[in-house]
Ligand binder design. Sequence first.
Ligand code: SF4
Length: 213
Amino acid sequence: MLEAVGRIVIFLALAFVVLIALALIVCALALHTKRILFPNFLLFVTSVLYEPLRRLLSFFHVDPTLIDRVSIEIRNLLNYTEFSATKMEERVLLLPQCIRSTECPAKLSPLDGIHCMECGKCAISELSTICKELGIRMYISPGGTFAGRILMHSRPKAVIGVACYPNLHEGMLNAKLMGVPAQGVPLTTTGCVNTTVDREEIIRRCKLLQISK
Ligand code: SF4
């Protein structure tokens, strides 16, 4: 009996190691080739084994955010068809307040977040102008919980979310639960204020499929 239990434990441990190794290989391939094989499998594995995978990468001195980057890309890929079928005016760009300058003069509305005055002191100014040109509604959220409130208020058919990795994971999951296809763009530097973003990438996500329409 004990021998049988021992074999089962060894088998499960080996299966665990093989699964982690497979996930890491597919992640590395995805980043290298820009093509994601078995996205649903990979998303499942990276979600279930999120912490062990990150620790393993750190142990081998590999940047652990590789897991975050891949899983955001998978979510973007899985949401692509539904997202790109929406019209520009049905989309919402949701930004975090940490992008703002410390001298930001914008005021907070309890209903729909911070109203940018396009003062030019941070990247939001340009994004606001482009969103107006495209017909996309732009919101600045003072926090993760508030972001949900903004989505309830604005009722978009698609959302482009910008945030740090943990907030992006949570936000994209919440958007999925609300039935709103999301495209996520991680911050390029994180923190509480003066964080930076990849403006070109945000604009590219906002415009998805407009070219082929
Ligand atoms: S551009 Fe908008 S968000 Fe940025 S600092 Fe000025 S008012 Fe604030």
